[in-house]
Each structure stands twice: as structure tokens, then as C-alpha cells.
Write a protein that binds this ligand. Structure first.
Ligand code: FAD
Length: 650
């Protein structure tokens, strides 16, 4: 057994097995999981939620903006018009239409429910009275597009505490510090009904058997540790290993877009903690080292001449702006970007038009805008309250001080290279996830999913609305189904697997395995791919699985959990590689660039690739894009929404 340097502060009992019986089991207590549990318990069933951390701080707890809440009373665009505007132009084809549509219909409704739980979603103190982005009647505040008002600025740091208090008030049974490790299935068979899950307490090491009539998977995404891990930390969600997806894979579930990934990582500075013109900071004015303003440009590259053009699509002849400015295609709804975030900027610096470094010019912004960025957005965004506090305590004054932009980029999804000096080093594989229907039911009986466990989703609002919907559906299913009968052999096998690292006296620690996986993936699954390289990745991953993964040692429940996570990262890498090998095409949206198949998204590959675990093999399949609006479903979003929504007519 490995040695811990400090004494473990919790009582350990690896032999204890806790059996928990419930109607609905929610795995992962982040945003989607919390909403799933609340929706389920309201339907009168017994609900248990399991979270690896503490529910109080589970998931990215903060949020500064809620995107595309088109049902808010000030919004001037309908979901149908929005989809039509976005649709033919760019990323929409590969995103998850079901959950996005529901978010458009219910994002604000969800916020109002949250407000009743004690969260702050409007400017009740009139701090921003009279601001252009505020509606004085409802006191709602908007971001990005002040014409159509689809996205709300919110005090998201209040959300997590409100949700946690509500879970307790509703008497949801909460199991904090328990990491789930596998699904329990009927007869222990892959592909059969899900009957619950197993887990270990990451403090005491105790084992858990959760028996459930219905299960909702909301463990979020996995990803950066596949490519980015080097033994230290990774850019975001360092503990996110994609374990839920691996569990689903092992149980035989169908996954889509697993080859999808997003460029990211590599920025050594805290995201949104340096001056920049992106998301949380939009539409901040940027200046160069000599004080010269760096202009914003529209989707066609035209220089914008006024601040108002950054936030009023009508001034640019556009119907609306998207929250982000995806540069793919010729979309007429692109949001402007700062020139410093386009490839032209490096050239302009070379020509001497601008001088590095550059800065966010908060003092040069209109006062309301400045306060909305620094104080509201920066402070409520998931990672920035601590930055806000530290900057304020160190004397930073946004009325007077500039804040330097280091890489300028928090995301390199924009088509330009990020600012000079940035080194793209990794990917976040956040596009893959479970295939599901309009009830958020997966391909496995008894298993529902929501939030970032689904394929091609992102956003707090989406996690919340899909969780709410999936929880309600799972409760209805649980009411109507038989008691689960646990297959003891499956439990015993899992106990043996999870505790194996404790029983070794010599071996390697979890970091070595994770760094090995990431090294393999950066080498063979990097920016430019060939099938041969991907096959080599599989060879390397198999070796890691057969050798290093069998040599992991752990000296405490914490190390044990990390060992299990590293094995999950290894499996996730393998799943990605299989899917990437299957797609014989490049695809810009999925960030797949293949040397042998340079055509971007050719018609024959314009589809979802699905994978699932077969008997000693990988079963590859596909689904048409927009499968959710084809038979056996109704043919429109609206009809499907009305047909499947778990609550009364609105
Ligand atoms: C820093 C940051 C800021 C963001 N800001 C915004 C924003 O302003 N607006 C916006 O719309 N979106 C924002 N997002 C995105 C948004 O937070 C996510 O889309 C959302 O949290 C996804 O919710 P989820 O429930 O699917 O996953 P998560 O919230 O990640 O929850 C998953 C939970 O599952 C737990 N878990 C994982 N594996 C296991 C396991 N094996 N056993 C038990 N528990 C497990 C995790 O600990 C975690 O608590 C932000 C994200 C980050 C990281």
C-alpha cells in the first residue's frame, strides 16, 4: 500500500458496504443533477443524489450569464426564428437540438423557479437603473445582444446555495463525497436495464450499492485530462474525468459525437481573470501598450466605429447576435469580435500598427458597462469571485486601472489564432455524450441523462432545464416499474476492481498513468490526425491499460478515487480514438482535422457517429442529423416539445 505524507483525517473502512434503496437515483450533484432531483421529488418519489464533492460546491458553482432564455418577457425572438437564423449557417447541425430547444422555451421559467428558492436573477436593488442593458420594468439585465435580449446577466453566485438549500428543504437524500464507479444492470448484463450504481466514499473508502428503479446520469463532461494533463493541474474542472460516460459505455449505452472536441487549455492565467474581450468580458474595449484602441470587427471583418455597434445587431443590419462568435461559415448572426482576437491582429502588430502587450480598458468603458463586467460578471462567473476579491483587496480599481491581457484568449474556437504568444496545447473533449430521446431517456432502459452527460451540450441553463425534464421523466418511469433485483456477482466484481490499487505494495501513482495517457494523446491524437496515428494511439492506450493501469497503487481513499479517475481518463481516450477513427472526414465543428480526408464535413459524413461497447469490440453506428425531428418523433420542435413535456400546458 502506498504511503501518504500526512495522516488521513477521516476514519477508513474499506470493508463496509452501504446499501441504499431509492426510487430515483441521481448521479452527480451539479446543476443538472440538482434540478433532476428536485423535479423528481416533486412527483412524490424517493430521490437520492450522489456527488463526489459536496453538493454545496458541486460543479462550476458560479454563472454570470444565462444564454438564450428566449421565454423571458423582454425577448423579441422566438425559438423557431432563432433556430432558423442559426440553422443553415454553422454549428447547429451537430449540436443537441432537443435540449437547446427546451432551453429556449424554459430558460426563464427555470430562473423564476430558482428565484423563488432565493437566487438573484434581476437587479432588485436598482444598482443599474437606467442602464441600456436593463429593462426597468422587470429589472432583468441583458448581455451581448441588447436588441433581441435573449441572454440574461445574473447574480449566479447565489444559484448554488439556493439549489442546495432547496434540496435539503425537499428532503432529497444526499450522499456527498461518494464517487460512483459503475452501473448495476439486470442480470449483470451489458445493454440491459439499469438498476442503480456502485460507489466509494472518497473520505472513508466505504463501498456503496445504490438500488434504484430509475437512474439519471448527470456527472457532466470529461475531457481536459485526456490531452492536457502533465502532472499538475488542468485549465478547468481538474477533477472531471468523464467517469459517468465511461460507466455508461461499460454498461453498453450508445454515445454520439465522441470524436468531437474543442480546442482549449494551455493558458497559464486564470480564465477571465485577465483582461480580454470574450464572453464574460464582452464588449470590453481593448487598447494596446501605447493606449491605441483596438477596434471590434463584424462577421465580415468590417471595422466597427461605435460602441453601440458591439451590442446592437440592428446597427449592423443583423437580426441578432449569438452569445459567442463562432467564426465558421458565413453566418449572418455572428457576434462582433475584437480585432485582437482575429488572425489579422498578429499581422497588424508585425506592421507596427499596434504594440504589445494589450489591455482591457475598463476606465474607457461607459460606467454601467464597466460595472456590469467588473463586479457583476467578474465576481459571479464560476471562477472569478476569488479573483474579484483578490484584485479588490490588492487595490485594483476598475475606474482607473487597466488590466493586462496575457493570451487574450480564453477560448480558441474563434477562427483566428489567439493572441501572439499563446500556445495551444490541448483539447477539451466536451462534445461527446449520451444519445437520448425527447424524454432524455438513453438507449438503456431505466437510464436517463441530462446536462453535459448528453452529447453536444453546454451552458448552465441547458443543464438546469434538461435536468428538470429528465428528473420528472425518471420519476414517472420509477412509479411504473418493477423493483430492481441486484446481481450480487456484479457487485463483488466491482468491489474487487475498485479496491485493487489498495492491495498492491509496489507500483505507480495515478498521476503517472494520467500523464501517460495525455502524452499518448498529444502525440497521436493531436491537431492533425491520420488513421495510422490513431491506430498507434490505440496500441499505446492498450499497453497502458494492460500494464500501468494494473500497477496503480493508492494509500488513501483520495488516492484511490484518483486512480479510478485516471483509469476513466484512459478509457475516455480510447473511446475518443475509436470515434475519431470511424469518421473518415475532417469536421471543423468537431475539431477533427484528418490528413487523408481533408474535406470539411462532406455530405456522406454529415451525420452523427455513434459508438457503443460490443462483445470485445466497438459497435459503430450512425444517426441522421436532426434525428429528433424525424420518425418516430414528430417532425417539428414545437410538436415534439408539446408531446413530451412533463408538465401541464404553459
Ligand atoms: C468556470 C465556469 C464558468 C461557467 N460559466 C457559465 C456561465 O456563465 N453561463 C453558462 O450558461 N454556463 C457556464 N458554464 C458552463 C456550466 O457551468 C456547465 O454547462 C454546467 O455546470 C453543466 O452542468 P452539469 O450538471 O451537466 O455538470 P456539472 O455542473 O459539471 O456537474 C457534474 C457533477 O458531477 C459530479 N461528478 C462527476 N463524476 C462523478 C462521479 N463519478 N461520482 C459522483 N459525482 C460525480 C461532479 O463533481 C459535478 O459536481 C461555466 C462553466 C465553468 C467551468
Amino acid at each position: 500500500m502506498g504511503k501518504e505524507l500526512i495522516e488521513w483525517p477521516y476514519p477508513i473502512d474499506y470493508n463496509k458496504v452501504n446499501i441504499v434503496d431509492t426510487d430515483v437515483l441521481v448521479l452527480g450533484g451539479g446543476i443538472a443533477g440538482s434540478w433532476a432531483a428536485l423535479a423528481a421529488i416533486k412527483r412524490g418519489v424517493k430521490v437520492t443524489i450522489v456527488e463526489e464533492m459536496d453538493i454545496f460546491s458541486a460543479g462550476p458553482a458560479g454563472v454570470d450569464h444565462i444564454v438564450y432564455a428566449l421565454d423571458n418577457p423582454c425577448c423579441t425572438i422566438s425559438p423557431e426564428e432563432f433556430i432558423e437564423g442559426v440553422g443553415p449557417w454553422q454549428y447547429w447541425d451537430y449540436i443537441n437540438g432537443i435540449s437547446h430547444y427546451i432551453m429556449y422555451r424554459e430558460g426563464y421559467d427555470m430562473l423564476c423557479e430558482l428565484e423563488k428558492m432565493g437566487a438573484k436573477i434581476r437587479d432588485t436593488e436598482d444598482e443599474f437603473k437606467g442602464a441600456e442593458f436593463r429593462d426597468d420594468e422587470t429589472k432583468l439585465m441583458f448581455a451581448y445582444d441588447y436588441d433581441t435580449k435573449h441572454t440574461l446577466r445574473v447574480w449566479g453566485a447565489t444559484f448554488r446555495p439556493a439549489l442546495t438549500a432547496e434540496l435539503k428543504r425537499q428532503r432529497v437524500s444526499i450522499h456527498n463525497r461518494v464517487k460512483v464507479t459503475s452501473f448495476l444492470t439486470e442480470g449483470g448484463e451489458e445493454g440491459s436495464r439499469i438498476l442503480g450504481a456502485t460507489g466509494i466514499n472518497v473520505r472513508t473508502g466505504e463501498f456503496y450499492v445504490f438500488k434504484a428503479k430509475a437512474t439519471v446520469l448527470t456527472t457532466g463532461r470529461g475531457g481536459n485530462r485526456v490531452w492536457d494533463y502533465r502532472g499538475g493541474s488542468v485549465a478547468t474542472l481538474p477533477r472531471s474525468s468523464g467517469g459517468g460516460l465511461v460507466m455508461a459505455w461499460n454498461a453498453g449505452a450508445e454515445l454520439a459525437n465522441m470524436e468531437g472536441r474543442a480546442a482549449g487549455g494551455g493558458d497559464p492565467y486564470p480564465r477571465y481573470g485577465t483582461g480580454n474581450p470574450l464572453n464574460t468580458w464582452y464588449p470590453c474595449t481593448m487598447i494596446d501598450a501605447k493606449g491605441k484602441e483596438i477596434p471590434y470587427v463584424d462577421g465580415k471583418g468590417n471595422i466597427l466605429t461605435s460602441f453601440e455597434q458591439r451590442v446592437h445587431p440592428s446597427l449592423l443590419g443583423q437580426r441578432f447576435f449569438l452569445e459567442r462568435s463562432y467564426r465558421n461559415g458565413n453566418s449572418p448572426v455572428k457576434r462582433p469580435v475584437s480585432l485582437c482576437h482575429t488572425p489579422k491582429f498578429a499581422e497588424a502588430v508585425r506592421k507596427g500598427e499596434y504594440t504589445l502587450p494589450i489591455y482591457a480598458d475598463l476606465p474607457g468603458m461607459p460606467e454601467d458597462e464597466r460595472r456590469a463586467i467588473f463586479g457583476l460578471m467578474i465576481a459571479n462567473e464560476g471562477m472569478t469571485w476569488i479573483l474579484y476579491k483578490n484584485y479588490a483587496e490588492a487595490g485594483f480599481d476598475p475606474d482607473k486601472d487597466l488590466l493586462q491581457a496575457y493570451s487574450g484568449g480564453t477560448s480558441s474556437r474563434y477562427d483566428g489564432s489567439p493572441l501572439v504568444g499563446t500556445k495551444k496545447s490541448g483539447y477539451r473533449s466536451y462534445l461527446g455524450g449520451l444519445v437520448h430521446d425527447w424524454d432524455f431517456k438513453t438507449s438503456l432502459e431505466g437510464l436517463y441523462a441530462a446536462g453535459e452527460s448528453l452529447f453536444s451540450v453546454h451552458y448552465h441553463g441547458l443543464a438546469a432545464i434538461s435536468g428538470r425534464w429528465a428528473g420528472a421523466k425518471a420519476a414517472d418511469y420509477a412509479k411504473d416499474t418493477t423493483e430492481p433485483e441486484i446481481f450480487d456477482e456484479q457487485v463483488e466484481k466491482e468491489r474487487e476492481r475498485v479496491y485493487a490499487p489498495l492491495n498492491r505494495t509496489e507500483g505507480i501513482d495515478w498521476k503517472e498513468l494520467n500523464a501517460g495517457v495525455s502524452g499518448a494523446m498529444r502525440t497521436y491524437g493531436g491537431d492533425t490526425l491520420t488513421d495510422e496515428m490513431l491506430n498507434l494511439a490505440l496500441v499505446w492506450l492498450k499497453e497502458l491499460e494492460e500494464k500501468e493501469a494494473q500497477e496503480l497503487i493508492a494509500g488513501s481513499p483520495r488516492e484511490l478515487a484518483r486512480c479510478l479517475q485516471s483509469m476513466e481518463v484512459l478509457k475516455l481516450a480510447e473511446m475518443w480514438t475509436h470515434a475519431a477513427l470511424t469518421r473518415k472526414a475532417s469536421c471543423r465543428f468537431l475539431t477533427i482535422s484528418k490528413l487523408e480526408y481533408p474535406d470539411n464535413d462532406p455530405p456522406e459524413w454529415h451525420k452523427f457517429i455513434t459508438i457503443k461497447k460490443g462483445q470485445d469490440t466497438v459497435e459503430v453506428g450512425d444517426r441522421p442529423l436532426y434525428y429528433w425531428n424525424k420518425q418516430p418523433y414528430a417532425l417539428t420542435y414545437k410538436e415534439n416539445y408539446e408531446r413530451h413535456k412533463p408538465w401541464g400546458k404553459k
